[in-house]
Write a protein that binds this ligand. Structure first.
Ligand SMILES: C[S@@+](CC[C@H](N)C(=O)[O-])C[C@H]1O[C@@H](n2cnc3c(N)ncnc32)[C@H](O)[C@@H]1O
Length: 480
């Protein structure tokens, strides 16, 4: 038999709490509220009552809906309900359901209206637990080895040529120290041209230190696997994502593909991690803005493990994705995209003399380059530039150089998400980013994602969208 509970506080969010309880098989006996004016009212047929009726109702637990948890806890304790039976809903609704019922679902709403009447249709997505067991790759190790051998050669050439790059293209202080401390075994394997070692590590990169600071690395995976409670981001990300994609998309589209041994929550059989909805929503909005472009070039600086690129390319819409990243992380995204899309045409780095003219870019689905190749782009050849959670971590001279390159080679939009505040490491908030001559700002806002939004003290991020100013000058040069 399901639990019987009382809710406490006729506050914001109570309707949703009611629905989530019913989904989880929990019976709500009453809503307790200290305000006598509310007694006698009903919420979804459940009466609102005086908290003094609690002992007579004798619920198994209390679900606190209002924000003043401490005060309610004290009053509940005086009525015989200790902390193990008093659960706070607003702080982490899914964790509250996990504590009360064990099983729980993320619910979301489809809306429509007829005149003044709003219709809501609720969809439930069962959270089946965590994906921490290994996720088999669809590609046998031999196939992966052949891909990795190619990527390794490209990586070796990139790191050799990086030594001749101008100072602004050298790795900055933060990333240099991070790579040095987390990739020692990787550098040894590269020196030894150990393709087998590298293949096995890449096949598991989501869970080892090849993904430190781009997907959490080994520490991130271990912390996720060991954490007994439901993390608060899942429901927030789902709500934000549904709103940003106009409720048009299916959960399956946001899921992690089985490349690199991903982990996350199992929601209806799909692996959803912190980045899933974030990258899907970013790609959705980029494609919306480029709706009328027949074959846009989208260039990213610092693409990390390739999550955004994956979402962009997954759609099959004609476009060229270009990534400029440090060679170490470029190797990861190149592996990820090469195995996620074996049928796509991908250009890898092999020489500083490679042409990145528009006509060359258009021959490929993806062009994956070390950062120092950025100046090779033709003037005004990129419809969309994007950078997320990355400029702030670079040297200021590098940020200035990249902005100058975007100003020169960007044709339509430039979007970025970077720190609104100063970090504990050497890093720069957007307030000190340079101005663009040819672009004007269309929009700025805090990013909405858990752990990065305006409430994340010391770690909040701002999103800014720029558009190239209306051309009083000549149109972009023709592709050569
Ligand atoms: C925190 S990760 C963010 C990755 C991805 N954009 C995301 O939002 O998940 C920072 C990225 O910036 C890249 N990066 C750092 N310094 C760079 C530089 N000087 N030039 C280009 N990319 C750089 C890193 O290699 C990494 O891919």
């Amino acid at each position: 038999m399901g639990k019987k509970i009382c809710m406490w506080g006729f506050g914001v969010g109570i309707e949703r709490a009611m629905e989530m309880c019913r989904d989880a098989g929990i019976e709500v006996l009453a809503v307790l509220d200290r305000d006598p004016a509310k007694w006698g009212a009903e919420v979804q047929s459940v009466p609102v009552a005086d908290p003094q009726t609690l002992p007579a109702l004798a619920p198994d637990a209390i679900l606190v809906i209002c924000l003043s948890f401490e005060g309610v806890s004290r009053q509940a304790a005086s009525l015989g309900y200790g902390p193990e039976r008093v659960v706070h809903f607003p702080q982490n609704p899914l964790e509250a359901m996990r504590r009360l019922a064990g099983n729980y679902a993320v619910c979301c709403y489809d809306y429509s209206c007829e005149g003044e009447t709003l219709h809501t249709k609720r969809r439930r997505h069962q959270v089946r637990g965590k994906v921490v067991a290994d996720v088999p790759s669809p590609h046998p190790l031999d196939t992966q080895r052949a891909v990795v051998a190619q990527l390794l050669e490209s990586y070796r050439r990139a790191t050799a040529d990086a030594k001749n790059a101008p100072p602004a293209y050298r790795v900055g202080k933060n990333w240099e120290s991070l790579l040095r401390t987390t990739r020692k075994d990787f550098y040894d394997a590269v020196d030894a041209r150990d393709v087998d070692w590298l293949t096995l590590r890449l096949a598991n990169f989501c869970r080892n230190d090849l993904s430190t600071s781009i997907l959490g690395g080994e520490a991130g995976f271990r912390a996720f696997a060991a954490h007994p409670q439901q993390e608060p981001w899942l429901l927030q990300h789902m709500d934000v994502w549904r709103a940003l994609v106009d409720g048009e998309h299916d959960l399956s589209e946001a899921a992690m593909p089985p490349i690199g041994n991903p982990y996350g929550y199992d929601v209806e059989g799909w692996t959803i991690n912190w980045n899933s909805f974030v990258n899907h929503a970013r790609a959705f909005r980029v494609l919306r803005l480029l709706e009328e472009e027949p074959r846009p070039v989208v260039a990213e600086i610092g693409g990390g493990f390739g999550g955004f690129a994956h979402q962009l390319l997954r759609t099959g819409r004609p476009l060229t994705y270009v990534n400029f990243d440090l060679p170490e992380n470029l190797l990861i995204s190149s592996y990820y995209l090469s195995l996620a899309f074996p049928e796509k045409k991908i250009l890898l780095y092999d020489s500083p003399d490679l042409s990145l003219d528009r006509a060359v870019l258009e021959q490929y689905d993806a062009v994956l380059m070390p950062n120092f190749m950025l100046p090779k782009l033709q003037d005004r050849s990129v419809e969309f530039f994007i950078n997320t959670i990355s400029f702030s971590e670079m040297e200021h001279a590098t940020i200035c150089e990249y902005f100058a390159q975007i100003d020169r080679s960007g044709e339509r939009y430039f979007y970025h998400e970077n720190l609104s505040c100063h970090p504990a490491y050497k890093g720069f908030p957007v307030a000190v980013f340079p101005r663009l001559t040819h672009f004007r700002q269309l929009f700025a806002s805090f990013v909405p994602w858990h752990g990065m939004d305006a409430s994340a003290i010391g770690h909040s991020y701002v999103a800014q969208l720029f558009e190239r100013r209306a051309a009083k000058t000549a149109k972009r040069p023709q592709a050569s």
